[in-house]
Design a protein around this ligand. Structure first.
Ligand code: PMP
Length: 432
C-alpha cells in the first residue's frame, strides 16, 4: 500500500475528504524535546494550580457523591455546575441564567456544536483574521466558507466587517455567523475596543446577524479589567462560549455555551447525539472547585504568572529582534503575534527554528485562506521566564541570520511570503 494514499478516501463523507493534517504537524512531534523552548502550544501553566486544594475537592466528590459522580447525567449538564458558571460569568459582567447554559466538553465542543447547528456546506462565516485554529477546524469540518476580517491593535476592524457583510449580501448570500474572540484574542493577543463592541452590536441588529462570542481569556487581563461582552449588549443575537480551561484547568475539559432558548434546545439535542452527556465526575469536580475554593485567588495567581512571562517576552523581543520585525503587545491572555519582514516565510522557517531549539506556530494555520506566511504566534504561558529569554534570543538570532541571507540573495526586493499558499489547519495540536 502506498503511504501517501488513503485507501478509504472514496468512502469518506464529503466534509471529511478535504480534512488533512498540516504538513508542519510532523515537526511538532519534536517540539516536546526538553532542549526545545516551545512557544507553540497554547498551554495553561497548570503547575500553578493549588493541587492540595484540588485533591481535597476530588476526594470530597468521590467520598460524598461517588455513585452520582460515576453515573450518567443530563444532556444539558448539571444545574449545580451551571449555577457556578453563571456566577463566573457574572464576575465578568456577562448576564446569564442557569437555563441558558449547556455544559460542554471544553469550549471546543461548544464551537463544534454551534458549527453543526448552523453551518450547511458553503455557508459564510466572517471571522477575525487571524483566528483560533480550533474554530477553523470546527467550522471547516462543516464546510463553512470562512472569510477573514482584518484586525489592528483594537481588535477586529468593524468598519471592514461592515464592508465584508456588504460584499456577502451583494453576492445574494447571508452571513451565517460572525465569529469573534473579543478578549486577548488567540492568536493576535489584542482585545476589541469598547467602542467597536458597541458598533459590532449595532451591526448585528442592523444586518440581522448571529455573533459567536468565544471568551476563554476574559478573566486573564493583567490589570484585572473586564470589558462589556457582546452578549451583554445584544443577548438574543449572541451565542456565547466559555471554558474553565484557563481559570481552572484544561484537563477538566469543561466549557459551556450560553444561547437563546431555542438554540440551546438544539445544542442539547446535538450534544446528546454526539456523547449523551458531559462527564458527571469532571462536572462535579469543577462545580465543587468553584463553590468551595477561593477560585478568584487562583485566577489571580495564574494572571501573575502570565503577566511576568508576557513582560519577559516583550522585553526580550525588544532586545533580540532584528529591524523590521513587529509584534503585538498583549494586555492579558497567552499570545504575542509577530510579523516578519518580506522574504521570510514562517512556515519554511519552522524547521530551522526547531533545529535552533525554539518553536512557534506559523501564521498560516490561523487563516482559512492560506495567508499569514509572514506571521507567527508566540505563546508565553508555559515556559518559565529564563526559558522565554533563551527562546526569544534563539529566535532573534535565527531571524537575523535569515534576513541577512534574504538580503544577500534578493537585495532590497525579496519575494512576499504573505501570499495565499495553502496549508492544512490543526497545527496547534498540543493545546489551543
Ligand atoms: N477558543 C479559543 C479562542 C481558545 O484559545 C481555546 C483554547 N486554546 C478554546 C476556545 C477551547 O479551549 P477548551 O476546549 O480547552 O475550552
Amino acid at each position: 500500500m502506498r503511504l501517501d494514499t488513503d485507501p478509504y478516501l472514496e468512502r469518506y463523507a464529503s466534509r471529511v475528504r478535504g480534512m488533512r493534517a498540516s504538513e508542519i504537524r510532523a515537526l511538532f512531534s519534536v517540539v516536546s524535546r526538553p532542549e526545545v523552548v516551545s512557544f507553540a502550544g497554547g498551554m495553561p501553566y497548570t503547575a500553578a494550580l493549588d493541587f492540595s486544594a484540588v485533591e481535597d475537592v476530588v476526594t470530597r466528590v468521590i467520598r460524598e457523591s461517588g455513585a452520582v459522580a460515576f453515573q450518567y447525567g443530563g444532556g444539558q449538564g448539571r444545574p449545580e455546575l451551571r449555577e457556578q458558571l453563571v456566577e463566573v460569568m457574572r464576575h465578568e459582567g456577562v448576564p446569564a441564567h442557569v437555563d441558558d447554559l449547556v455544559v460542554t466538553v471544553g469550549g471546543q465542543q461548544g464551537l463544534e456544536l454551534v458549527a453543526k447547528c448552523f453551518i450547511d456546506p458553503g455557508d459564510v462565516v466572517l471571522a477575525e483574521g487571524p483566528t483560533y485554529v480550533g474554530a477553523l477546524g470546527a467550522l471547516s469540518s462543516h464546510q463553512a466558507d470562512v472569510r477573514h476580517v482584518p484586525m489592528d491593535a483594537d481588535g477586529m476592524r468593524v468598519d471592514l466587517l461592515e464592508e465584508a457583510i456588504g460584499r456577502v449580501h451583494a453576492e445574494g448570500r447571508r452571513v451565517e455567523l460572525v465569529y469573534t474572540i473579543p478578549n486577548h484574542q488567540n492568536p493576535a493577543g489584542v482585545s476589541l475596543s469598547v467602542e467597536r463592541r458597541h458598533r459590532l452590536a449595532e451591526l448585528a441588529e442592523e444586518h440581522d446577524l448571529l455573533v459567536l462570542e468565544d471568551n476563554p481569556y476574559g478573566l486573564l487581563d493583567f490589570e484585572g479589567r473586564t470589558y462589556p461582552s457582546i452578549r451583554s449588549l445584544v443577548p438574543d443575537r449572541v451565542i456565547y462560549v466559555g471554558t474553565v480551561s484557563k481559570t481552572f484547568a484544561p484537563g477538566a475539559r469543561t466549557g459551556w455555551v450560553a444561547a437563546p432558548t431555542a438554540v440551546r434546545d438544539k445544542l442539547v439535542l446535538l450534544r446528546e447525539a454526539a456523547d449523551l452527556c458531559p462527564p458527571n465526575l469532571t462536572q462535579m469536580i469543577v462545580e465543587t472547585w468553584f463553590a468551595t475554593q477561593p477560585w478568584q485567588d487562583q485566577v489571580k495567581r495564574f494572571v501573575e504568572v502570565y503577566r511576568e512571562r508576557a513582560e519577559t517576552m516583550l522585553a526580550a523581543l525588544a532586545e533580540e529582534m532584528p529591524d523590521g520585525v513587529t509584534w503585538t503587545v498583549p494586555a492579558g491572555g497567552f499570545y504575542v503575534w509577530v510579523t516578519v519582514p518580506r522574504g521570510v516565510d514562517t512556515s519554511d522557517l519552522l524547521a530551522k527554528a526547531i533545529n535552533a531549539r525554539v518553536a512557534y506556530v506559523p501564521g498560516r494555520g490561523f487563516y482559512g485562506d492560506g495567508s499569514g506566511g509572514d506571521q507567527l504566534r508566540l505563546c508565553y504561558s508555559f515556559p518559565d521566564p529564563a526559558r522565554i529569554r533563551e527562546g526569544v534570543t534563539r529566535l532573534g538570532e535565527l531571524l537575523t541570520r535569515e534576513l541577512e541571507l534574504v538580503r544577500a540573495v534578493y537585495g532590497d526586493r525579496p519575494p512576499d511570503a504573505a501570499d495565499d499558499r495553502r496549508s492544512g489547519s490543526g497545527v496547534a495540536s498540543q493545546g489551543g
